[in-house]
Design a protein around this ligand. Structure first.
Ligand code: AMP
Ligand code: MN
Ligand code: MN
Ligand code: MN
Length: 285
């Protein structure tokens, strides 16, 4: 490992308006430069369309850039997110897999809009699409922004709480991709699979061990240990699990927008010293 890597500010998880972030890739990279991010991975949900332009801006700004993606998975009734780092974003298997998930998103959006119509919220499908920066990708965040713009709720967090989470009127269940398939697409493309924000899943300790066992078995290589939403206890818990399962550790803010939350690019704790960073063998100087 280059000794320089130790002192670099890595942010390996964030979103542009190619998925459900609000900034265009160019503005995202400019913000990363202001926030003194040294190494940034753009990890849009289920799409790699922002990577080429993001890399160009990274080069202009002197930021080391990693090609990433955050892929939606269904595992035993639970939605999980798996990040691919250093993915080959022209790989046919990966591109076909992501295209399939995006088609599923479009079909789910129709069902979400139908549910919202039942509680008197009209035109939500067209409204949500107007908030999407990519004609190929729609998600719950676009519905949330439409409902805020309509004055239905004060902020996107309130929309999720009242309409878009399990048991709420605009929630629909959805079958995402299979864990094994997703890890395989990432690996076939030359990337490394990272389980995103493990502390966000409602899994007890035993179920989490089962998940990590299956994730490793499928070829997963790392988990996020430092993320904006982990408490210090979760950070040390997942650092311990990373060691136990021989997984590398990643660090990422999950930044989406300057306004919608307190999360900021590059602004998060360091990895605990017991962790093997997912970037330990990257050749970056
Ligand atoms: P989707 O993949 O379309 O189901 O949307 C998931 C995205 O919605 C996440 O990546 C977050 O950006 C956002 N999200 C999910 N749950 C919440 C929540 N409770 N509050 C705010 N945003 C959320
Ligand atoms: Mn998101
Ligand atoms: Mn996620
Ligand atoms: Mn994310």
């Amino acid at each position: 490992m280059s000794p320089l890597n130790l002192s670099l500010n890595f942010d390996l998880h964030c979103h542009s308006n190619v998925s459900d972030g609000v900034l265009e890739p160019a503005s995202l990279l400019e913000r990363a430069a202001v926030q003194k991010v040294d190494v940034l991975a753009l990890t849009d949900h289920d799409d790699v369309a922002g990577l080429d332009v993001a890399r160009q801006h990274a080069q202009r700004l002197g930021i080391r850039f990693i090609d990433g993606v955050e892929i939606s998975v269904s595992w035993r009734q639970q939605t999980l997110h798996v990040i691919g780092l250093n993915v080959g974003h022209r790989n046919v298997a990966l591109l076909a897999g992501l295209a399939g998930i995006r088609e599923g998103r479009k079909e789910r959006a129709v069902r979400i809009a139908a549910q919202l119509a039942k509680v008197g919220i009209t035109d939500a499908l067209a409204g949500a699409w107007r908030h999407a920066g990519n004609t190929e990708l729609i998600g719950r965040m676009h519905f949330a922004r439409y409902l805020v713009a309509q004055g239905v709720c004060q902020d996107v967090q309130a929309v999720f709480n009242r309409y878009l989470t399990k048991g709420k009127p605009g929630y629909v269940s959805h079958q995402w991709a299979d864990l094994r398939d997703v890890v395989e697409w990432i690996r076939l493309s030359g990337g490394r699979a990272v389980l995103a924000h493990p502390g966000r899943y409602p899994l007890n300790a035993g179920k989490m061990r089962t998940l990590l066992t299956e994730f490793c078995d499928a070829g997963g290589e790392a988990i996020e240990v430092a993320t904006s939403n982990h408490t210090p206890e979760q950070r040390s818990n997942f650092a311990g699990l990373a060691r136990r399962f021989n997984l590398m550790a990643s660090r990422g803010s999950d930044f989406h927008s300057p306004e919608e939350s307190w999360r900021e690019l590059g602004r998060l704790p360091a990895l605990p010293e017991t962790c093997l960073p997912v970037w330990h063998d990257w050749n970056i100087v």
